[in-house]
Write a protein that binds this ligand. Sequence first.
Ligand SMILES: [Zn+2]
Length: 124
Amino acid sequence: MQLCTPHFGQLKDALILRGLWEHQTQTAEETEKLVRQINNADDEGEPQVFDCVLAAQMLMFDQAVKQAGDHLLELNDAGDSLCPLCQMRLQASGTDPDQWINGVCDDVLDAAHKLGVMKVQTRQ
Ligand SMILES: [Zn+2]
């Protein structure tokens, strides 16, 4: 699964809006290490870095598979990964990508606060 360019753009905007965009791994090595830690926390220890894009996409992909099924993990006829939001929109006309993206980003924001990644800000 991979978000298509327009949906990734929407995700980016939603993360920027929440002040999360700057919280990303800086190098490919850091990202790889984080993925290993998430997948195999016991051996690699708890993750020390937070990546908002990775967190949002993992959450979104997980929810999408639960709702729409494993076929989202397949490739299309051209050999490309499927965009879960496009697929779900095709499958269920009630699926609103905006709502999905905002819901996931709110969850990531909560997680970032719980992990102490972000300074606590008072809402206005
Ligand atoms: Zn899409």
